[in-house]
Every structure is written in structure tokens, then in C-alpha cells.
Write a protein that binds this ligand. Structure first.
Ligand code: NAD
Length: 465
């Protein structure tokens, strides 16, 4: 199964076909959308083992970490969207002032048109399909551009799509920068981008030329505060290590660094060691081939992470071993300062820096001094600490006492804020990206007797009334 980039001429003709399908109202009937949503669920159900094998080939990820956050939620979300289609697309009748009650005032939910979804490599199915489900439910035609760094997954999706879905309305386009640049030159009715802040800015600039609305789901250096005097430190370490090690630490919502009261730093280190022993009890620990720890994407990222570890002025108190290629042991570094190499950028790997601080107020001050993160994690049983974070910080999500789990709650919007992006998705929030709320007003001719006051010549009496 060789990985093929979509030729530029096919990209143009595919786009033209999808635009025509939208104009021909192919995606307008809810019956059509429902059938396509169920077909998408079928695609992921019937091919789940091949899809998991492809992801394992590209990223070396364990199958539990594929079925739990990606394949299972896609099937569920597609079926739920099919069940909610009528409700989501229902015209709304807003309450209006009494004197306008004889007018027809309706808000219609209209598909935006032809939309583009661009995905990153770290969650090649979930991050493209969960917005895609919203776009199908909304009645849009869709091109999806998966990351070229998941060649096996991207090719499998390109092969499976035409077997399950109507290719005159939904297409996979494969390629790298040249193909994405060509796509961005076309006029879209919405662009949904997930990836780095650097490329997000390129996408936003291209979209601005056509006044195209966009959703930007970007990266983040998401902080953790352990309120060690008011929480179960062992439980906190276990939940942080689990969330951090999903996909080898290459997760947009990975707990990036930990702010911990100085007096408790060593307790936290011990708690991480205990959690590590429970998760990877083999003699060779997490580097054992049997551990199936998520692999680092490629030699470039492996070299980037090992160089960061080489430059850190903190103390490596656990881990630090690396394989030539693919894996880095979960590594805990203590006494990390804010100007350390590990604090420069989003880590996107299995390194846990501990930054010792005085307490909650300093944690909040540090977080407020940096870019707005995608998520802030706080481990505490204290109502006061919780309230301080609610009132004094900003982020896409605020999670208490767990990590990573928020992306499974589809009843809430998931997205960034400020530097970590704008717009959101999951469940109905995915759908909202791809519809226009169109206000419709009909002022009936029979209402004319009540409108006399507004016409010239203007009179002082009308103004008095
Ligand atoms: P990336 O920005 O390098 O690539 C994303 C997509 O953009 C890919 O499809 C790629 O082909 C395309 N692209 C790359 N360079 C381009 C260019 N010059 N012009 C046009 N298109 C271009 O991101 P990545 O390395 O694939 O993913 C990792 C990043 O994504 C991390 O920062 C991570 O935090 C972020 N991310 C965010 C979320 C979220 O929900 N906020 C989720 C997952 C990943």
C-alpha cells in the first residue's frame, strides 16, 4: 500500500466537483446526511483492526490507546450525530417583543458550503473525524487533508473513503506543504485546522484573503499545579504520568510541566517513581519492547527531545534513557527553572519537568505570565485553590484532579483560548462550526396599520407616542 500524494490537478477537479455537489443541494436532505454518518461509523467499525494496525505502524502506539481515544469515540460520535440530526438542524423561534408577535421570526440553521479540515499527525483519526462528523451533520461538502507524517493511516483513509462514503461530497486529499498550500489558495466556506501555532498562523493568513471563517486548534505548554498539602500526591502522580504518556507524550493536552511547592518536590518525585514501577514493572521498564510505550514520531523529534534533555540545568531524577530511534523513557527532571531549555516550548514528548515554587499564588502568577494554554490541570481538594484558578486564570479548559480525560466529554466544547487557538468542537460543538444561523423575518402586510408612524413626513406626534 504505497503512500500517494494527490496530484494537484485532481485536487482542483475534486474541489470543483464538491462545490457543484453543494450547489446541487446533494447534502441538503437529512436522510442523506444520516446515511453518510452511519456509513462513517461502519467504516470505523468494520475496519477497526486495519485502522489500528496502520496507526501502530506509523506511531507504535498500543491498541488500547487507539481504540479508547480514537476509534471508539468516532463510532459513537457518528451514531449520536445521526440520532441528533433533526434536533440540531431544527429552525428556532426566538421569543420576540410582544408587539412583533404576529411576524414570522425564525432562525434557520444552514450549511456553510464546502469546507476544509486539516489534521496533525498525533491523533490522525480522532482529530480529523470528530470535526468531519459535525460537517456531515451540518450538510457541508468536505475535503480532509491528513498529516503526511502518518503515511499508513492517511493512505488507508484515502482507500476506504470511496468504499463507504459518497466521493462526490467527501474526499481525502493527501500531501504535504505544497498540496496544503494549493488547497489554501482555494476559496472555502470554513477551514478547521489542528496543528502547531506556526502553521496555524499561515492558515489564518490564507483564510483572511477570502474572509473565510476558521477554527484553530493549536498547541500549548499546558501547566499542572500540584497543591501537595491538599491532595493525594500518589494519586496525582499516577494520573499525571498516565496522561503524560498517552501517545508517548505527543498530545496537545499533555500535562507539559509541573508547578509544585518546593517543600513537597521530593515527595512528588517519589510518587512518580512509584507510579512508574506500577505501570512498567519489567526490568527494562518503559524501554522494554513489550511495554508498547508510544513511539516518538521520527528521528527529528527524537533528536529535538534528547537535545533538550542534554541542555537542561535541572536534575534528572528518573529515566533519561533513550533508544537510538523511537523511544525515550518517561523522564522526571526536578529543580527546573523558568528559563530552562525544558521550558522554552511545548515539549511534545515524555519529559516531566518539576518547577519548584512557593505556592498557589506564584503558580497563578507564572501561568498568567505565559501564553494562554489549551488546558490547566490542578490537583487539589481545596475549594479556595480551585476558586483562585477559576477566577484568576484563563485557558481553553480547566481540569481538576485528572489529565487528558476532558477530551472524552463530548457534551462540552473542547478548544483553545488566546494563543492556543479559537473555536471549539466535540458533539454538537463540532456541528456549530459548519453552520450559519440565518435570521428570517416576514413582516406581514396586515401589520401595515401599526407602521404609519415610521414614514415621512415625520411628525412630532409620532415621536411623542
Ligand atoms: P503542523 O502544524 O506541523 O501540521 C499540521 C498540518 O499542517 C499537517 O497536515 C501539515 O501537512 C500541514 N502543514 C505543515 N506545514 C504547512 C505549511 N507551511 N503550510 C500549510 N500547511 C502546512 O502540526 P503537527 O506537527 O502535525 O502536529 C503537532 C502540533 O499540533 C502540536 O503543536 C500539537 O499541540 C498540535 N495539536 C493541537 C491539538 C488541539 O486540539 N489543540 C490537537 C492535536 C495537535
Amino acid at each position: 500500500m504505497a503512500f500517494k500524494y494527490t496530484p494537484l490537478e485532481d485536487l482542483q477537479s475534486g474541489y470543483a466537483e464538491l462545490r457543484k455537489s453543494f450547489q446541487d443541494k446533494k447534502t441538503l436532505p437529512l436522510k442523506f446526511r444520516r446515511a453518510q454518518l452511519l456509513q462513517l461509523a461502519r467504516l470505523f467499525q468494520e475496519n477497526s483492526h486495519d485502522l489500528a494496525a496502520a496507526l501502530h505502524a506509523d506511531l507504535g502506539r498500543h491498541k488500547l490507546e487507539i481504540f479508547m481515544p480514537e476509534i471508539g469515540p468516532i463510532v459513537t460520535a457518528a451514531v449520536q450525530a445521526a440520532e441528533n440530526l433533526e434536533e440540531w438542524n431544527k429552525p428556532e423561534k426566538p421569543a420576540v417583543e410582544e408587539w412583533r408577535s404576529s411576524w414570522d421570526t425564525t432562525i434557520y440553521t444552514c450549511p456553510k458550503g464546502i469546507v476544509l479540515i486539516i489534521g496533525p499527525w498525533n491523533y490522525p483519526y480522532g482529530i480529523t473525524m470528530l470535526p468531519f462528523i459535525g460537517a456531515i451533520a451540518a450538510g457541508c461538502t468536505v475535503i480532509i487533508k491528513p498529516s503526511e507524517f502518518n503515511p499508513t493511516c492517511a493512505q488507508l483513509l484515502a482507500d476506504l473513503f470511496p468504499k463507504y462514503l459518497d466521493s462526490s461530497v467527501y474526499r481525502i486529499v493527501n500531501g504535504a506543504v505544497a498540496e496544503t498550500t494549493a488547497l489554501l489558495e482555494l476559496k472555502w466556506n470554513h477551514i478547521f485546522f489542528t496543528g502547531s501555532g506556526h502553521v496555524g498562523r499561515i492558515v489564518a493568513a490564507a483564510a483572511a484573503k477570502n474572509v473565510t471563517p476558521i477554527t484553530l486548534e493549536l498547541g500549548s505548554k499546558s501547566p499542572v499545579f500540584i497543591d501537595a498539602a491538599n491532595t493525594d500526591v500518589d494519586l496525582a502522580a499516577k494520573r499525571i504520568l498516565w496522561g503524560k504518556m498517552q501517545n508517548g507524550g505527543q498530545v496537545c493536552v499533555a500535562p507539559d510541566f509541573i508547578l509544585v511547592p518546593r517543600a513537597h518536590q521530593d515527595n512528588v518525585v517519589e510518587a512518580f517513581k512509584k507510579a512508574y514501577q506500577k505501570f512498567w514493572p519489567h526490568p527494562k521498564g518503559a524501554l522494554d519492547p513489550l511495554s508498547e510505550l508510544g513511539g516518538i514520531l521520527n528521528p527529528h523529534h527524537h533528536a529535538r527531545l534528547t537535545a533538550l534533555l542534554g541542555r537542561t540545568e535541572g536534575n534528572i531524577v528518573h529515566g533519561g534513557n533513550t533508544e537510538e530511534y523511537r523511544r525515550i523513557e518517561p523522564t522526571v527532571v526536578k529543580d527546573v527553572r523558568l528559563d530552562d531549555s525544558l521550558m522554552e516550548d511545548e515539549l511534545f514528548g515524555p519529559i516531566i519537568p518539576l518547577v519548584p515554587i512557593e505556592g498557589v499564588d506564584e503558580a497563578i502568577q507564572i501561568i498568567r505570565g505565559g501564553p494562554v494554554p489549551l488546558v490547566i490541570y490542578v490537583f487539589t481538594d481545596s475549594e479556595e485553590t480551585k476558586n483562585k484558578f477559576v477566577e484568576s486564570t484563563s485557558s481553553g479548559t480547566l481540569v481538576l484532579n485528572d489529565t487528558f480525560t476532558q477530551v472524552g466529554v463530548h457534551e462540552m466544547p473542547f478548544g483553545g483560548s488566546g494563543d492556543s487557538g479559537y473555536g471549539s468542537y466535540l458533539g454538537k460543538f463540532s456541528f456549530n462550526n459548519f453552520v450559519n444561523r440565518r435570521s428570517f423575518i416576514n413582516v406581514p402586510p396586515s401589520f401595515e396599520p401599526f407602521l404609519g408612524y415610521r414614514y415621512p413626513p415625520y411628525s412630532e406626534e409620532a415621536f411623542q407616542a
